[in-house]
Design a protein around this ligand. Structure first.
Ligand SMILES: *Cc1c(COP(=O)(O)O)cnc(C)c1O
Length: 423
């Protein structure tokens, strides 16, 4: 198949795309007088047009009402974090009681480990994947040290198979060997480097069978794949909202705590906003946790950070995760076919070939080493095709079904071919 055949197919697919109108809900950065081909929703999603208005509303209420805004604002700040509860629960497949938007990802990971990493003699280790995102590894290692333990023995890192991915059999092997001494298993929903989507219910069941607490870091999974967190049975999950959820740089993050812990006396680091709202303002010294994930809140919520999340969740609600996934499978599959047909001599796909084992991202190793890779990356960027770079030789390309077009994928293929043919 030639490039022009892919161009024809892209025109047809874009014309028939039932989600095409959602692109207009976003501000697409310009490049040379037209739209940038933006494939970095896995790092920072684009800005929804509605965000500015929702932020303006908060600014206006602040100017007009000052402290009275807690009650007198159009959407009173006292209950503002409740506005995202239902759409957030819908997005991650949880009960409303099980989710809360608060803090940032790594902070929430620490708070969850305070509650769910409870080492005891004989069962004191944490399992993570080798090559985990550095913040997760730092958090896990520092929690182990915080308990006076030694990461050299208490941190179990699961090495990938020969293909760079981690199979279910590999996990079974590790749990078979170490399951008894693992206090907490922390899995990535989508591994950020390879783009592998892990089997959330399957691995949760495996770890729970071995008596471990189970947490998920869903930074690269939320807004990318349909999730059923409640049914998975995981103890907790954490994620951010600035990647696929388009809620802006450093956006407020998300947290899931399974219903079975909702009314339980789980040890935690507490703050006044986690106190039962019915009696919070009696300002008594004793801590009575709110039911569910809300009981892990510390501070009164950052309303200016919650506002963009409302705009973003509204788009996911309208578009529906099932329909987004259907387009995601098609557009990432289109990218994969284009690479296989036109660029197999230039790029190696590191992400699983089975669409069920990946989200929208393809991690592409540039053949010929780092210099080649950097040259291609810079060339694409100068032509308005933006992916992201991972040392030493990987470009990640993530077509986001909310705003990417098949024409963007064709631009990537065309500009990569042009770079190859110039060399
Ligand atoms: C993006 C990402 C982070 C970033 O953490 P912040 O606390 O939001 O800065 C951490 N872990 C993973 C796996 C990520 O993908």
């Amino acid at each position: 198949m030639s490039l022009s055949a892919f161009e024809d197919e892209a025109r047809q697919l874009d014309a028939a795309d039932p989600l095409a109108r959602f692109r207009d809900a976003f501000l697409i950065p310009p490049h040379d007088g037209s739209d940038m081909h933006y494939f970095v929703g896995n790092s920072l999603g684009l800005m929804p047009r509605a965000t500015r208005g929702i932020l303006d509303e908060v600014m206006r209420d602040w100017a007009q009402h000052a402290v009275e805004g807690h009650f007198a604002a159009d959407n009173p700040w006292m209950h503002y974090h409740g506005l995202v509860r239902e759409p957030l629960a819908e997005l991650v497949g949880a009960k409303p009681l099980e989710v809360v938007a608060m803090n940032t990802l790594t902070v929430n990971l620490h708070l969850m480990m305070v509650s769910f990493y409870r080492p005891r003699p004989g069962r004191s280790a944490i399992l993570i994947e080798a090559g985990a995102f550095p913040s997760d590894r730092h958090a896990v290692e520092s929690q182990i040290r915080f308990h006076g333990l030694d990461p050299a023995s208490e941190l179990i890192e699961v090495e990938p198979d020969a293909d760079g991915l981690i199979s279910h059999a590999r996990f079974e092997e590790v749990f078979g060997e170490h399951g008894q001494r693992i206090a907490l298993a922390l899995f990535p929903g989508v591994q950020y480097r390879t783009g592998q989507f892990l089997d959330i219910p399957g691995l949760t069941a495996l770890a729970r069978k071995h008596g471990c607490a189970v947490g998920w870091d869903l930074a690269h999974a939320v807004g990318n794949l349909p999730l059923s967190l409640h049914d998975s049975g995981a103890d907790f999950a954490v994620w951010c909202h600035y990647k696929y959820c388009n809620s802006g740089p450093g956006a407020i993050a998300g947290c899931f705590v399974h219903e079975r812990h909702a009314g339980a006396d789980v040890p935690r680091f507490a703050g006044w906003w986690g106190h039962d709202p019915a009696t919070r303002f009696l300002m008594k010294p004793d801590f009575v946790p709110a039911q569910g994930a809300d009981g892990w809140q510390l501070s009164n919520p950052p309303v200016l950070s919650l506002a963009p999340l409302r705009a973003s969740l509204d788009l996911f609600h309208q578009a529906e995760m099932g329909r987004l996934r259907a387009k995601s499978l098609r557009i990432t599959g289109f990218l994969e076919r284009g690479i296989d047909a036109l660029l197999a001599d230039t790029l190696e796909i590191l992400t699983p070939r089975d669409p069920a084992r990946r989200g929208c991202q393809l991690s592409l190793r540039v053949r010929g080493g780092r210099e080649h890779g950097r040259s291609l990356f810079e060339s694409l960027k100068s032509r308005g095709v933006l992916g992201d770079w991972r040392e030493p030789d990987v470009i990640r390309i993530s077509p986001a079904p909310l705003y990417n077009r098949y024409a963007d994928v064709v631009a990537f293929l065309r500009e990569t071919l042009a770079w190859r043919d110039r060399r």
